[in-house]
Design a binder for this molecule. Structure first.
Ligand code: B12
Ligand code: SF4
Length: 468
């Protein structure tokens, strides 16, 4: 390692050119389409001050690595969809003789693959192990593999909110880790465990206060949890946030039980909650059973009434559905769109069923030879949930793409958008955000139609990957 007083560390978030907007400087609106890499901000928070730490987010624009000062160590994070680019960046720095450490969900789930591209790989959550990795790197004795396991929640440090430029519309924070549900397609339980871990409220408040953006994404996978004690703690948190008068507006992810407690909703709204992203996943009970999300249909739930209850507190509801389940047949696109309209959702996000490594779905589909795109690591770039990468039971590649297009065309037709904006205006529920959100989804339709054409061409040309 070089001899200079400060030891230089780059923490890099690779882009996926298929999904990233890399022209933030060209349009103010693009600020709303990029999200802070909180993992790297937390890693920076764990890094001792003798390291001169920079976070490089490729989503802000392609960095000119050659023009940047040579670092002593590089840490790279990656979701599966970023793995491909992560390996390119790793190769660049390794060619220069700079040691590269990889970590995050993809490296954890595909350890052997990641080890081929990095000098060291950290699996699991980094809190307990990162200081040791840095010490080893400093003394030139990096091991090939480290495992952080699951962190003690009190050890999660405040993230370094000061390190990224002011080019994002949203700040980011995490208040809990893990999810007690275990849906077959989701990596969260496999990575963060079923034990629902809640950060101490004073830590969360202090960190919120250090965020400069007015709008914040609370990245928790399940904001309120499912048990009465989880929900009691969520109420305590919201109460404390309201009392601290944070003046933040935030959006979060929750399960539909968020709707079941009026006091919880009132407190969340008072604490600044303005939008919630909820996984509805399938419009049919058979679909929910297939993916292990029976939770959604407990207590004979009336989805429309649940959504209304949340909206009455000034909170927008974005619903997510999956297309391509074994129970899904032609017509499912329209079925999802009508269900979403009937539930009264403010926005709808439809994603292709995607087997992500480490999930039960991956194990099932791999064993049944249903991974249609499997030239890894190259094909990981299509594992964005916005491309049909598997073989679906009743839907061919062409069919499933048509289903998604028909779903989006129905839900995002101009009259339906205007109806929703009018309803949010009447309910004083962020009408401007509703308008921008709806038209931005509608605009995505054009972008994704073009992407599907290229994708189909890629599938046709991909040798040895016959499509159904
Ligand atoms: C916020 C978020 C986003 C943000 C991304 C913000 C960002 N740039 O980080 C947005 C909305 C853009 C997003 C998009 C997507 N996401 Co997302 N997202 C999340 C979410 C909810 C939280 C991530 C987070 O900030 N966690 C908090 C930090 C502190 O935890 P962490 O990232 O795990 O980091 C810790 C460790 O992993 C480790 N670590 C991480 N990196 C590194 C690097 C090094 C060097 C080391 C040593 C350690 C280390 O240390 C950290 C501290 O312990 C996760 C779920 C989750 N629980 O992680 C899903 C999740 C990561 N997303 C997922 C997916 C599938 C996607 C999408 C592909 C699809 C989609 N539409 O959602 C896109 C892909 C975008 C792309 N560019 O390719 C999956 C990824 C699964 C996988 N195998 O890749 C997850 C796990 C959700 C799930 N249900 O399965 N996402
Ligand atoms: S409820 Fe959400 S976070 Fe929890 S396992 Fe299911 S999909 Fe994942």
């Amino acid at each position: 390692m070089r001899e200079h007083t400060a030891i230089r560390l780059y923490l890099i978030n690779p882009s996926n050119p298929l999904v990233s907007i890399t022209k933030v400087k060209e349009s103010r609106w693009n600020r709303y389409r990029i999200w802070k890499p909180l993992s790297l901000m937390v890693l920076a928070g764990l890094t001792p001050p003798e390291w001169e730490t920079s976070i490089v987010d490729e989503n802000l624009g392609e960095p000119d690595y050659a023009a940047m000062p040579r670092p002593d160590l590089v840490g790279i994070t990656a979701f599966t969809s970023q793995a491909n680019r992560a390996y390119e960046v790793a190769a660049h720095f390794r060619r220069l003789g700079v040691p590269v450490v990889m970590g995050g969900i993809h490296a954890t789930m595909c350890l052997d693959e990641a080890m081929l591209h990095a000098d060291a790989v950290v699996t699991g959550e980094a809190e307990s192990i990162w200081p040791e990795v840095l010490e080893d790197a400093r003394h030139g004795r990096l091991k090939r593999r480290y495992d952080g396991g699951l962190a003690e929640i009190n050890d999660v440090p405040p993230a370094r909110h000061d390190l990224l430029p002011a080019e994002y519309a949203f700040g980011a924070i995490q208040t809990t880790r893990g999810c007690p549900l275990n849906c077959s397609f989701c990596s969260v339980t496999a990575f963060n465990g079923t034990r629902y871990r809640q950060r101490p409220i004073p830590d969360v408040l202090r960190e919120f206060q250090s965020i400069r953006e007015k709008h914040v994404l609370v990245v928790d996978d399940n904001l309120i949890g499912i048990r009465p004690d989880h929900i009691a703690r969520a109420k305590d948190l919201f109460r404390a946030m309201a009392q601290a008068n944070l003046r933040k507006r935030w959006i979060a992810q929750a399960t539909i039980n968020f709707a079941d407690d009026e006091a919880l909703l009132a407190l969340a709204s008072k604490a600044g909650c303005r939008g919630v992203f909820i996984g509805f996943e399938s419009p049919t009970p058979e679909g929910l059973l297939e993916i292990g999300k029976k939770f959604n249909i407990l207590k004979d739930r009336d989805f429309r009434a649940s959504v209304r209850r949340i909206q009455r507190h000034g909170i927008l509801v974005v619903g997510s559905f999956i297309i391509g389940l074994d129970v899904d047949r032609p017509g499912i696109g329209r079925h999802i769109a009508t269900a979403a309209s009937q539930y009264g959702l403010d926005n709808l996000n439809v994603l292709f069923l995607t087997p992500l490594p480490g999930t039960r779905l991956w194990d099932q589909m791999k064993a049944a030879d249903r991974l249609a795109l499997n030239a890894f690591p190259d094909d990981w770039r299509y594992y964005t949930l916005t491309f049909p990468v598997a073989r679906y039971k009743h839907l061919s590649l062409h069919d499933i793409i048509e289903e998604v297009i028909s779903c989006d065309r129905y839900f995002y037709s101009v009259p339906r958008i205007l109806g929703r904006v009018w309803s949010s205006l009447r309910g004083r529920r962020q009408p401007l955000i509703s308008l921008v959100g709806n038209f931005s989804y509608r605009n995505n339709l054009r972008v994704s139609s073009k992407a599907y054409v290229n994708f189909k061409r890629y599938c046709d040309n991909a040798a040895g990957s016959p499509r159904p």
